[in-house]
Design a protein around this ligand. Structure first.
Ligand SMILES: [Zn+2]
Length: 53
């Protein structure tokens, strides 16, 4: 949409509300057996992250 200030997708931590662009270096990445690579919140270490669209 034209109202979007940026085309960058943002991801958000559902646990503490931390936000950063999806795939950004601010996010931690963890290997989870059976699930593969997941995004982890650098603040609260939660992997309960949603990717905005
Ligand atoms: Zn968090």
């Amino acid at each position: 949409m034209a109202s979007e200030p940026s085309a960058v997708e943002r991801s958000r931590c559902l646990n503490c509300g931390f936000e950063a662009p999806g795939g950004d270096d601010e996010w931690n990445r963890v290997e989870v057996p059976g699930l593969g690579r997941m995004t982890q919140c650098p603040r609260c270490e939660s992997t309960n992250i949603i990717t905005g669209r």
